[in-house]
Design a protein around this ligand. Structure first.
Ligand code: AMP
Length: 552
């Protein structure tokens, strides 16, 4: 007996992003990519064109003498040129840094400097933004406008600005993708930074490819060659949840909405292009549902949609499913998890349950896909039971979960190899996860926890409520009490008492909010999440909190 391990005798091809586009070109070359352009028209071409032009991008970067691992930033909508950068930049060994254009300009400049970006490629819609920040971006040496040669503004005041089409077309497409370590950095994305400066997650080729396999699994997004996919989730928000990579892997058709994300534009594009699968955050889907409902329309090709990024209101799941026959897959993830962590597809035994019970499960954030493991822990760090009731801090691990934030100083604070997500959750005996809160948003009333998400979901099920945010307000006797901040639907009446009555019978009496505060709008962050810290600062809300404090 020898103790030496026998190595496998299989080919050691590294898992590189370039291999996805090589595959898409060879095996799905005539698969379509449709993009609504900033210019307003629809652009159509095929995977083989994406591959050809990605190679030209790679050569254009070589021509700039950009070293391996140099960061190439984008400020761009979902579209074909952005897709070419996904493959051209990462495939050539550079790092694609997708910047969220909805961030404050100072934050964008901070991010670009922190990442050390050397090139910035941007859609012309963001020209004013780039004009505002380029003086503060110390490392960017090249600016590329994602437009045709003749659309390049002559008076942009941005030094050396070149059009993408000129930049790419000057290059031959004769290029061989370099082979390197699959653990090399491929792309990076900053977290939304609701607390302090944003943090940079740097993905590797390996993590991206494994995540793409995971994304395509049947109990995940079930992405196939038969799908026509519309990623409404932006390519600047965690790589559009990995859809561009998974679509290349599966050979799906891609439909990009460009800058038009209103309900009418998204619906028209879906119908016109025969979209079968779409993904996005609840706020965008609300606009779509409002449009479809208002106009009395139906979806003729859409079969399923993944909704995540923040809790999907049960009323939305029900509306899609019962009124329009569209399956909703509720998903949880974060920038730090690439982002897919859990998706809510049912197990066989759950399908035996009565409809109502099944719907209860569908409201949860779902089960982990292979590659991720999770646990909930208590204050002492000990693992808590999976009983669907006990909640604790959610920790995750896996090959597409962050180990460290860029530039890498052990700052992701792993606990025994697990990443503490900052979310609070329950897990039931079948492994369905339910997020109850961000840990900082948890409300503690009389020693008992109240889930702000539960309180919001009930309010959102009221037909006159457009958006609702639940916050905890200090209370002399109970520590904290929930208060619900509500935006009413246009032209719909709703008063405090009616909404409070609506809670009755749906949750325990002591969980019903103490007060309803009506506001015109709820502040949303750059990725469409409600910003509770800003909600607290709203004059109406701040006044209530001050009053509550004075009663202490
Ligand atoms: P981000 O990194 O910007 O994508 O934000 C990740 C955070 O969004 C998570 O830690 C959760 O707090 C929240 N989140 C994402 N998906 C969901 C979901 N389905 N339900 C509740 N919260 C979610």
């Amino acid at each position: 007996m020898t103790d030496e391990i026998q190595m496998g005798l299989m080919q050691p091809h590294p898992l590189l992003i370039s291999s996805l586009i090589v595959h898409a070109e060879r095996h799905h070359g005539d698969g379509q990519i449709v993009s609504r352009r900033v210019e307003g028209d629809l652009h159509r071409y095929h995977w083989r064109d994406v591959a050809r032009r990605s190679r030209q991008v790679a050569r254009a970067l070589d021509a700039m003498a950009l070293p391996l691992s140099a960061r190439v930033a984008t400020l761009a909508w979902n579209g074909y040129r952005h897709l070419e950068l996904y493959f051209g930049v990462s495939g050539s060994g550079r790092v694609l840094h997708t910047i969220n254009p909805r961030l404050h300009p100072d934050q964008i400049a901070w991010i670009a400097n922190h990442a050390g970006d050397q090139v910035l490629c941007f859609d012309l819609s963001f020209l004013p933004l780039v004009q505002a920040v380029h003086g503060k971006c110390q490392t960017i040496r090249h600016y590329v406008a994602l437009c045709d040669r003749d659309a390049l503004p002559s008076d942009s005041a941005i030094p050396g600005l070149i059009s993408y089409e000129q930049w790419v077309e000057e290059q031959s497409d004769d290029y061989h993708w370099p082979q390197f370590d699959e653990n090399a950095a491929s792309s990076m994305c900053y977290t939304s930074g609701t607390t302090g400066n944003p943090k940079a997650v740097m993905y590797s080729h390996r993590s991206t490819l494994l995540h793409a396999y995971g994304a395509a699994l049947p109990d995940s997004m079930a992405i196939s060659a038969r799908d026509v996919i519309l990623p409404v989730v932006p390519m600047f928000h965690v790589n559009a949840w990995g859809i561009p990579y998974a679509a290349a892997l599966a050979g799906s058709t891609l439909v990009f909405p460009g800058p038009l994300l209103d309900g009418k534009s998204v619906y028209q594009l879906m119908e016109q292009e025969g979209v079968t699968f779409a993904a996005g955050v609840p706020t965008v889907w609300q606009m779509l549902l409002d449009h479809v409902k208002g106009e009395g329309l139906q979806f003729s090709t859409l079969k399923r949609t993944v909704i995540g990024g923040s809790a999907c209101p049960p009323a939305m799941i029900q509306a899609f499913q019962e009124q329009y026959g569209v399956e909703v897959i509720h998903a949880w993830g974060m920038t730090e998890t690439s982002p897919l962590g859990t998706l809510c597809t049912l197990k066989n035994k759950s399908l035996m349950l009565p409809e109502e019970e099944q719907m209860k499960l569908r409201r949860k954030q779902g089960r982990v896909l292979y590659g991720i493991d999770f646990k909930i822990v208590g204050d002492d760090g000990g693992e808590l039971p999976w009983d669907g009731k006990t909640f604790g801090d959610l920790h995750v691990k896996g090959p597409w979960v962050v180990r460290d934030y860029f530039p890498g100083t052990d700052n992701a604070a792993l606990v025994d190899g697990w990443f503490p997500t900052g979310d609070v959750a329950t897990i039931d005996a079948d492994g369905y996860l339910q997020i109850t809160d961000r840990s900082k948003d948890v409300i503690k009333s009389g020693g008992e926890w109240i889930s702000s998400i539960d309180i919001e979901n009930i309010a959102m099920a009221h037909p006159a409520v457009q958006l609702a945010a639940c916050i905890g307000v200090s209370h002399r006797k109970w520590d904290e009490r929930p208060v619900i901040v509500v935006v009413r639907r246009e032209q719909m009446a709703l008063d405090r008492d009616e909404l409070l009555q609506f809670y009755e019978g749906k949750i325990a009496k002591w969980q019903i909010p103490d007060e309803v505060i009506f506001v015109e709008a709820i502040p949303l962050g750059a990725t469409g999440k409600m910003l509770k810290s800003k909600v607290r600062q709203m004059p109406e809300v701040a006044a209530y909190c001050a009053l509550a404090a004075s009663r202490q």
